[in-house]
Design a protein around this ligand. Structure first.
Ligand SMILES: Nc1ncnc2c1ncn2[C@@H]1O[C@H](COP(=O)(O)OP(=O)(O)OP(=O)(O)O)[C@@H](O)[C@H]1O
Ligand SMILES: [Mg+2]
Length: 581
């Protein structure tokens, strides 16, 4: 259940986005207020003019005076209003732009552990809805809210001046109206929140489905996916109808209250005119001002629904922005050179109370070549992710020389590591750009070396535009193995001290894998960490660790592990038997 989002918090959040433009915002709001108050004068002058028509005793000069007053107050009022509205509008666009950019920046900065919690599509929907609604809110403030509120206060002041009973009646009317408004709004606010969540869910799922479309098609899950979206959209429709129903009921009640009070008002004015207390001129003014009050209430009624909507998406957006953990994970220390990385009693789970790595102890020395072996799900990729500081250990420490990984700036750590993930992701760019994206350097020699070490040059040779060939979205135009080679080339081009290959050659045939592995073994001054299912590729590693359910149960050189005749030995026997078959 969402925490209650108070109006005060809502206003605070709104002004959070105004913070960079506070002075201008306040200044133009004051100009707008001034314009609106001046705009209240013409009806009063009009009343005097009407009285002059009926009872011409003050002479024509008095009439000219009134006419000029009428014209100038109208002109000045409207000039101030349109000028300040224009300026506020420009400010609003600026703020909206800042909101979007800063939210996106914040989202990207969030740790992966946080990113995993919610679908990216949902997050984007939250930000987009929040941004659009901020614009709505600003539009409301500039064009309706301010104008109507100031007008209403002004009118109340004028009514008080003319007669207490009019003021009292109007105040009672406003409060009755707003009371019912509030009751209905509460109900609609709940529906709105549900609707918002339903929309996010649907948008998140559509995003997920479209980004995995080839898998969905190959699994024949099209109709399943369709059904899922239909179901979610159906729920949205239901909630929309529910909201429409509530708003219809509200309109009914509210219109009744309005008519009732207007009749009461007419009754009072009528009897005062009959008694000779009010002039016809003043009566005309009253009607005009009452119309203004009516406009105010119509706005409250119409726009309060919108504000509720806006409030709830604001809440969703701010909730998201607030949920991004403050970067306590980000250290201040720049990793320059290093000698040793130590995993000391590290435990980690993606979810609370779950242990994917358990009491994981490992020393990685600079220049060492380490092989990682273990069944699927044993935690190999998780180990790499911790090394990349994508996640932090829940217990134990990762120490680089004498600094805990938490103290180290992630950027500086990533600078030291080239990582080829299990599923290489390629961008919709040329092969060349896909490789060179890993480093700012523009080094042809290094580029060619990366291509030949990873045997990407063989792939390129076959393509019509060679390395300028554009890969389709997510690299669909090339094979899985070719993708992996480009992934390795990219990591090599980055030329970091540590190279991590997570099953990075798993889609290649035995010979190609062997060749690439030999090339990699020849690399000088690199710390190599490789996980592989085919054990033979790990023969030349200095050290191999055998992972079982997140714990290292065997550790040593290839030969030592075979001599031990433990689990690694058994796996090796199985591997060999498979190869023979
Ligand atoms: N982002 C995640 N959120 C939750 N659980 C995860 C996440 N990533 C992995 N896991 C779980 O953690 C466990 C270890 O996963 P990991 O990817 O480290 O295994 P692995 O040894 O690399 O396996 P494989 O050989 O199949 O690649 C698995 O049970 C997996 O379901
Ligand atoms: Mg893995």
């Amino acid at each position: 259940m969402e925490k209650k989002y108070s109006n005060t918090q809502f206003i605070k959040d709104f002004f959070y986005f105004v913070r960079n433009h506070k002075a201008k915002f306040i200044f133009f709001s004051i100009i707008l207020t001034l314009g609106i108050l001046i705009g209240l004068l013409p009806p009063l002058i009009l009343a005097e003019i009407i009285n002059f028509f009926i009872d011409n005793t003050k002479g024509i000069n008095h009439f000219y005076f009134l006419l000029i007053g009428f014209l100038t107050s109208t002109m000045i009022g409207y000039s101030l209003i349109s000028f300040s509205k224009y300026k506020l509008e420009i400010l609003s666009n600026k703020m909206q732009n800042e909101l979007k950019v800063s939210s996106f920046e914040k989202i990207i900065s969030g740790s992966l552990a946080w990113q995993d919690k919610e679908k990216t599509g949902n997050k984007l929907e939250r930000i987009n809805a929040g941004e659009k609604d901020f614009q709505k809110l600003m539009g409301l403030y500039i064009h309706k809210g301010m104008g109507n509120i100031i007008t209403t206060l002004g009118v109340l002041g004028i009514f008080a001046f003319f007669g207490l009973k009019y003021l009292i009646l109007t105040v009672i009317f406003l409060f009755t109206y707003l009371y019912f408004e509030k009751i209905f709004n509460k109900k609609m606010s709940l529906i709105s929140l549900k609707l918002k969540k339903a929309k996010e869910e649907s948008s998140g799922s559509s995003f997920e489905i479209s980004s995995t479309i080839s898998t969905i098609k190959s699994l024949g899950l099209e109709s399943h996916s369709q059904k899922k979206i239909f179901g979610l959209e159906d729920n949205i429709l239901k909630l929309k109808n529910e909201r429409r129903m509530a708003s219809t009921k509200k309109w009914y009640v509210v219109t009744f209250i309005q008519s009732l009070f207007f009749a009461l008002f007419l009754f009072l004015v009528g009897s005062d005119i009959a008694k000779g207390i009010l002039t016809i001129g003043i009566f005309v003014v009253y009607i005009d001002y009452f119309k203004k009050l009516h406009n105010f209430l119509a706005m409250v009624s119409l726009e309060s629904n919108r504000v509720i909507d806006v409030k709830s998406s604001f809440n969703r957006m701010m909730g998201l922005l607030r949920s991004i953990p403050e970067i306590k994970e980000e250290g201040a220390h720049n990793l320059e050179s290093w000698k040793k990385i130590n995993f000391k009693g590290v435990s980690f789970g993606y979810n609370k109370n779950e242990k994917i790595l358990k009491n994981f102890n490992l020393e990685i020395n600079k220049g060492e070549k380490i092989g990682v072996v273990g069944f699927s799900g044993s935690g190999k990729s998780t180990f790499f992710k911790l090394l990349l500081k994508l996640y932090l250990p829940s217990k134990g420490k990762i120490i680089i020389d004498d600094k805990k990984i938490q103290e180290i700036k992630r950027d500086s750590l990533l600078h030291k590591i080239s990582y080829v993930p299990q599923d290489v992701e390629l961008f919709n760019l040329s092969i060349k750009d896909n490789v060179k994206i890993s480093s700012k350097a523009n080094n042809l020699k290094k580029y060619n070396a990366s291509l030949s070490t990873s045997l990407t040059d063989e792939v390129i040779k076959k393509l019509p535009l060679n390395d300028l060939t554009i890969l389709g979205e997510k690299g669909t135009r090339i094979s899985g193995g070719e993708k992996q080679r480009i992934g390795i080339a990219r990591a090599l081009y980055k030329d970091s001290e540590i190279l991590i290959l997570d099953e990075a050659t798993s889609n290649l045939d035995f010979n190609t894998e062997k060749k690439i592995q030999n090339n990699l073994n020849k690399l000088k001054n690199k710390t190599l960490i490789v996980s592989a299912h085919r054990l033979s590729t790990l023969q030349n590693m200095d050290k191999i660790i055998y992972l079982e359910k997140g714990t290292i149960i065997e550790q040593g050189s290839f030969k030592e592990l075979l001599k031990n005749k433990g689990k690694f030995y058994k796996l090796w026997q199985k591997n060999k038997a498979k190869k023979k078959n």
